[in-house]
Design a binder for this molecule. Structure first.
Ligand SMILES: Nc1ncnc2c1ncn2[C@@H]1O[C@H](COP(=O)(O)OP(=O)(O)OP(=O)(O)O)[C@@H](O)[C@H]1O
Length: 268
């Protein structure tokens, strides 16, 4: 047998976004963008404040109607579907169930997320503790938190709350997860650890993650691919080296038009 690694088989697109457009009055918040997210891919969506990132997420997961375009998930049109149907098909969004219950333990929080996913009615007569404890523990193991299972959520450090939120998002078994600034409020070491963990999960589950992020160090170190938006348009997409070298990207962050890009962004 030769020692050569097998050639990487190109993955089919999990999500195909074509001509996606959203107008708010006279403002084209998202202006006909096209991109794919593949299974097994950690894809970053970056851009200055007001670029259209949240509007794009909101259209993909059905929270906002689009003015025009197409979004196909698993080769099925999802644009125009209500967000609960999009979620049932396997498109998760991190903040949707991220609110943790401070009075419950870490394990019980994951159990509550599993209950929500299975659409079980939670009553005073059914205890969360009885619901899939093994599965809940398994999810905590995947984010490195099994040892904290019995801790009250209120006692967790911020970085651990973020990892718990990730476990809760995974309870719904998404095949594509949209993450809105997952590292907001974290220090540099914690942010790298969290995104490295997300990347490991993406590969282990062969799922796709599309995330917005203002910390360029995290994006350039961990993202498989990067999409850059500015003023509603997609101005570049590629790997870290291609994005760093892209003249349009540099202009948006440093150039004559870069002065209004907002202070919360690092430059690439
Ligand atoms: N509900 C709304 N009504 C009117 N205009 C809106 C609405 N939501 C967003 N916009 C406008 O659409 C544009 C894109 O906003 P969006 O929030 O998608 O940008 P963003 O890239 O997510 O910004 P940030 O990084 O600051 O979160 C902005 O000009 C914004 O003012």
């Amino acid at each position: 047998m030769s020692g050569a690694l097998p050639a990487r088989v190109p993955q089919p697109a999990l999500l195909q976004v074509r001509g996606l457009t959203r107008r708010f009055g006279g403002n084209l918040a998202v202006d006909g963008i096209d991109f794919d997210v593949r299974a097994g891919e950690l894809l970053a969506l970056i851009g200055p404040n007001g670029a259209g990132k949240s509007t794009t997420f909101n259209m993909i997961n059905g929270q906002l109607t689009a003015t025009a375009g197409s979004v196909r998930f698993d080769d099925r049109e999802i644009l125009g579907m209500p967000s609960h149907r999009v979620a049932r098909l396997g498109v998760g969004r991190s903040f949707q169930i991220a609110a943790t219950f401070a009075s419950l333990t870490v394990l019980q929080n994951v159990q509550m997320a599993l209950i929500a996913h299975r659409r079980r009615v939670f009553s005073f007569f059914s205890r969360a503790d009885a619901h899939e404890p093994g599965r809940a523990l398994d999810l905590l193991e995947q984010v490195g938190m099994a040892h904290l299972a019995q801790h009250p959520c209120s006692a967790l450090a911020y970085g651990d709350v973020k990892r718990l939120e990730l476990a809760m998002s995974l309870a719904a078994e998404p095949r594509l997860l949209l993450m809105d600034e997952p590292t907001a409020g974290m220090g540099p070491a914690e942010r790298h650890a969290l995104v490295a963990l997300v990347k490991q999960i993406v590969q282990a589950r062969n799922m796709g993650v599309l995330f917005t992020e203002h910390s360029m160090d995290v994006v350039f170190e961990h993202a498989d691919r990067i999409i850059v938006m500015a003023r509603g348009r997609m101005i570049a997409q590629g790997d870290a080296a291609a994005i760093r070298a892209d003249a349009r990207v540099r202009e948006v962050y440093f150039g004559a038009h870069g002065a209004d890009t907002g202070g919360s962004h690092d430059a690439p």
